[in-house]
Design a binder for this molecule. Structure first.
Ligand SMILES: Nc1ncnc2c1ncn2[C@@H]1O[C@H](COP(=O)(O)OP(=O)(O)OP(=O)(O)O)[C@@H](O)[C@H]1O
Length: 552
């Protein structure tokens, strides 16, 4: 443990004065408001390191960080683990609101009574729930709220556990989520740090509270600390963001002299049809990859329905042999250890060039062996199975594009690993049919990718975090950043709704780019297969948004 005076920002980062105050604040709640790329999430990671390393969050107490998206929660968790080490980071809980609520329900479920009472093996379903046995995602926060509001034991437990609470992207907090935070920590000694940007408020349609940063400052007597820098985007991109800020919140505009420089590229591309657009983008992305841009640094952002709007682009990328993940279709599966295990096994047997995948497979499957003897026996069995499965899938009779044959091989592998070992992979796997459901989802995801070109190795690349470029909605890209960002379809037909919400969404999309931003628009988009609702084939450029790209 070190004295607070001896602590320095991790990785040698220099923090602006307000950021340093927020990071090292000892006993006061704080609300940090700042624009994109100002380092709000980074500030939380630094604060976690400060609190854990200096003992301000003393053992066995913990830090709770609440984010809105699985990706964002995972990024923060990984940043803290990498910087502060696994031992200290074990006391850092980075959850989404839903995961935090579920944790409360799982720990204090008997506190739910009457029509809200739940069996221990309850399941989460999309809709049409059966009382006592099932709940929906939408029920998680209200049920957790009921527990915290009505049960002093649960309130005491949560307050005893957490000495510090972080709230990321807090501008999008809904009324119910806010009530949950207030009920859990309103009267508690826990120190809260909220960060957010009102210009990036994109969840108003889902009930995000207007002015929640100010409400929080009032209710929690939090000290407001604005930040002014943007560490993410090159100057040309920052000037575009600044032109948008001038319209959204004129008080937050940066002085011109801070944004001087030629670095950064913005391109506006117009096409006749989505096929022309797809071909040009696939060639452009192919060029970026050849120049050495890692696939994980390239994102295609679509305001909605990426599986339809980017369908032509998906086909063009496949023709060029570029792996992509369409995140609308693929759930956050790779974050699930059992799904990662299934994909890893397929990778090991289908692809020769994956020595790390084999080592990882051994490590994970052998983790919970009771003794050295058992571990070495299992090692031998696994090696034999991998070698047999390899010969099967490389044999001339193996129909490699056929999902059922892969399923059979995977099931045999899972049987060898055994249910107790699989259940031990994650705390939630004991519950109901969760483990089986996830295995099924992983296999379904693999089937879908296999259907694209019948190539198992390519299918796995598309499912991987590192090897594939990403196609995702603007909602999903919140808090993320990429070298190259394409905003696909800057058209009136895609950006509609209340003007303030639209411009915030466009702002979130544009501000994800570090170096290179491409905005596209087409005159015509054929109605794609699978489109059920309204679909306008004739398209109009969203000129007001495209104009932001032009320097005066
Ligand atoms: N003090 C700093 N010095 C140098 N780089 C920094 C600093 N703080 C943050 N960064 C880097 O700047 C980038 C943006 O930081 P971060 O994602 O924390 O911003 P943010 O305010 O949360 O952005 P947004 O609201 O747009 O999601 C990251 O790559 C981060 O590592």
């Amino acid at each position: 443990m070190i004295h607070p005076d001896q602590w320095h920002p991790v990785d040698g980062l220099v923090l602006e004065p307000n950021a340093l105050s927020a990071v090292t604040m000892s006993d006061r709640n704080v609300v940090v408001s700042a624009g994109p790329g100002a380092g709000k999430t980074e500030l939380l990671a630094q604060r976690a390191d400060f609190l854990l390393r200096t003992g301000q969050c003393p053992y066995p107490r913990r830090i709770l960080a609440v984010s809105f998206k699985v990706d964002a929660a995972r990024n923060l968790r990984e940043r803290v683990r990498r910087r502060s080490g696994a031992r200290l980071a074990a006391r850092f809980d980075s959850f989404t609101f839903h995961a935090f609520a579920k944790r409360l329900i799982d720990n204090f479920r008997p506190a739910l009574t009457g029509t809200n009472a739940l069996n221990s093996d309850y399941r989460i379903v999309d809709r049409d729930r059966i009382e006592g046995e099932q709940i929906t995602f939408g029920d998680l926060v209200p049920l957790a709220l009921e527990i915290i509001e009505t049960n002093a034991y649960a309130r005491g437990g949560i307050r005893q556990t957490y000495s510090h609470v972080f709230l990321d992207e807090f501008q999008d907090c809904t009324g119910q989520q806010y009530r949950l935070i207030k009920a859990a920590f309103g009267q508690a000694p826990a120190v809260l740090t909220a960060v957010g940007d009102t210009k990036q408020r994109i969840m108003a349609w889902a009930g995000a509270l207007d002015g929640v940063l100010q409400t929080f400052a009032n209710d929690f007597s939090a000290q407001p600390l604005p930040l002014y820098q943007n560490f993410r985007s090159a100057p040309r991109l920052r000037r575009m963001q600044n032109r948008m800020i001038a319209q959204m919140d004129s008080g937050a505009v940066s002085p011109d002299e801070e944004l001087i420089g030629d670095a950064g590229v913005i391109e506006v591309l117009g096409f006749d049809t989505e096929h022309d657009e797809a071909q040009a983008l696939a060639e452009m992305i192919d060029g970026w990859l050849r120049e050495g841009t890692p696939p994980s640094e390239i994102a295609i952002l679509v305001r909605q329905q990426p599986h339809l709007v980017a369908a032509a682009l998906g086909s063009a990328l496949t023709r060029c042999g570029i792996a992509f993940r369409n995140e609308q279709v693929r759930q956050d599966l790779t974050a699930e250890p059992v799904a990662a295990l299934v994909f890893n096994f397929i990778r090991v047997i289908a692809d020769d060039r994956q020595p790390d995948a084999y080592a990882e497979l051994m490590r994970i499957t052998n983790r919970s062996s009771a003794s050295d003897e058992e571990a070495s026996r299992f090692d031998g069995q696994l090696k034999r199975m991998v070698s047999q499965s390899r010969s099967i899938v490389r044999g001339s009779t193996f129909r490699t594009g056929e999902p059922a044959v892969w399923r059979a091989v995977v099931h045999e592998f899972l049987q060898l690993v055994s249910t107790p070992k699989l259940t031990a992979l994650s705390a939630g796997y004991q519950q109901g049919t969760r483990l089986d459901d996830l295995i099924e989802q992983a296999l379904d995801a693999f089937d879908r990718e296999l259907a694209v070109d019948g190539d198992a190795v390519q299918a796995l690349r598309r499912l991987s975090e590192v090897d594939a470029i990403r196609i995702l909605t603007i909602h999903k890209c919140k808090g993320l950043e990429f070298e190259k960002v394409v905003v696909l379809g800057v058209e009136e037909q895609l950006f509609w709704g209340p003007p303030t919400a639209q411009v915030s969404e466009f702002f979130v999309a544009v501000s994800r780019a570090k170096q290179h931003l491409v905005l596209t628009q087409t005159k015509h988009r054929d109605r794609p297969e699978g489109a059920t609702g309204r679909w306008d084939e004739s398209r109009t450029p969203h000129q007001r948004f495209l104009d932001f790209a032009h320097e005066d």
